[in-house]
Ligand binder design. Structure first.
Ligand code: ARG
Ligand code: ZN
Length: 407
């Protein structure tokens, strides 16, 4: 079903707690120099540029480079733990291979074709609560469907905007947007909180932002992250869409090298997907009160800023809402989240859609990093879709209710 571009090599994910001393700093520098020339796929953080002292790093190493990478790590005195002996096996084990049909299922990972059919059918089956529009096409020409969920009142309502699937390999996020839409329409009228939310506000949900990339993770390379646009003067494909927005664009934690996983693009909103999203939010700026962008993994709830260390003007409110949201989330299964500004909680990284939306005037701007903490990483088993989505619902409802109560 899945063809990895790495051609079924035996792969490894290594976990490296980097200790704080000059010796290790030397190791980090030597290591990050070495990985640029090797084909090392960074899972956490997203690229070698973002590695700092004291950080745990998750890497995916092609078998052919394994001995070399192992040697470099050991010579640098870094502690190494193998998480997947064979990543190809884990990719295959992630999904139910017995799946006979391509029927849409909320507890499975659905491909783009299945999601696209589902988008059409769930909106027509719930015409009283859902409307559908296209905000443009992707680079490869696929339509970006945006669903508006809320009781139709005939007048403009305040809204929460939420997107999933910025990064192609973060499959649990696509699953969450689908779950959210279904949960919203099926609990409307029975769950008082959801009923109140949908009566008084709208949710704009973009279930798959980076459709071309997502499709590519199903057909060619499960670990693809970026968009699929061509870069002039380079054979490397794609831009990191979360480095492509007008928020300190390409200054820190982003790369101007098209081959990097954190390539910021040739200009602000160079990616048509970024432009389509930004145009929609700009034209609905007066009603959009919250912007939620869903990523994985690490179990974090981040808010501005990420492109600078300055605290946001609304820092204390953003922090207390994030703390309430993660407390609600953990009340269900005890899943532990950390919340805080991106810059100090993970790393400085410019060009993110969260910072851009905040500076545009959308106060409640949050980035979710869903399950897990690295045990499975991007290969979160399908059996965790349901609990992950259930707990995340609680956090999203918490934020939306706060927005509604503080208009
Ligand atoms: N892992 C995400 C990324 O690097 C975190 C985004 C946090 N926000 C930001 N503006 N950097 O894209
Ligand atoms: Zn991401």
């Amino acid at each position: 079903i899945i063809k990895l571009s790495s051609l079924r090599v035996v792969t490894l994910v290594l976990c490296v707690p980097v200790l704080c001393s000059y010796v290790f700093m030397y190791g980090v520098l030597k290591f990050s120099w070495a990985v640029r020339s090797l084909r090392v796929d960074f899972w956490k953080p997203d690229s070698p540029d973002l590695v700092t002292i004291g950080m745990n790093v998750d890497l995916h190493v092609p078998a052919a480079q394994l001995d070399m990478v192992f040697t470099i790590l050991q010579q640098s005195g870094m502690e190494v733990k193998v998480m997947f002996e064979n990543l190809q096996e884990a990719v295959e084990a992630q999904m139910d291979n017995e799946r006979a049909t391509k029927a849409h299922d909320y507890t499975k990972y659905n491909n783009w074709a299945t999601i696209n059919d589902w988008v059409v059918s769930i909106s027509s089956a719930n015409a009283d609560l859902i409307s559908r529009q296209e905000i443009g096409n992707t680079y490869e020409g696929r339509p970006m469907h945006l669903l508006t969920i809320g009781k139709k009142t005939g007048s403009a309502k305040p809204a929460v905007f939420m997107d999933c699937g910025f990064h192609a390999r973060e499959w649990i996020t696509h699953a969450f947007c689908q779950w959210f839409i279904n949960e919203a329409v099926s609990t409307y009228g029975s769950d008082p909180e959801m009923t109140n939310l949908l009566d008084r506000m709208d949710f704009f949900v973009l279930p798959v932002f980076n459709i071309d990339g997502y499709e590519y993770t199903w057909t060619n390379d499960r670990m693809w992250r970026k968009t699929r646009s061509r870069n002039s003067g380079s054979s490397c494909i794609g831009t990191d869409p979360n480095r492509n927005f007008d928020a300190g664009w390409c200054t820190v934690g982003a790369s101007s090298n098209p081959c990097s996983e954190t390539y910021c693009g040739s200009s602000i909103e160079s990616e048509i997907e970024s432009k389509n999203l930004a145009n929609f939010i700009r034209s609905n700026k007066s009603i959009i009160k919250a912007y939620l962008t869903v990523h994985s993994y690490s179990q974090l709830l981040l808010f501005p800023y990420s492109y600078k260390y300055d605290l946001a003007a609304d820092h204390s409110e953003l922090l207390s809402v994030s703390q309430g949201a993660i407390a609600a989330l953990s009340s269900l299964y005890g899943t532990r989240y950390t919340s805080g500004p991106g810059a100090t909680t993970i790393y400085l990284a410019a060009g993110g859609s969260d910072d851009w939306a905040y500076d545009l005037g959308v106060k409640y701007s949050y980035t979710f990093e869903l399950r897990d903490e690295g045990r499975y990483g991007f290969l979160l088993p399908e059996s965790q879709i349901k609990p992950t989505c259930e707990e995340t619902m609680l956090a999203v409802k918490y934020i939306a209710s706060h927005v509604l109560n503080n208009l």
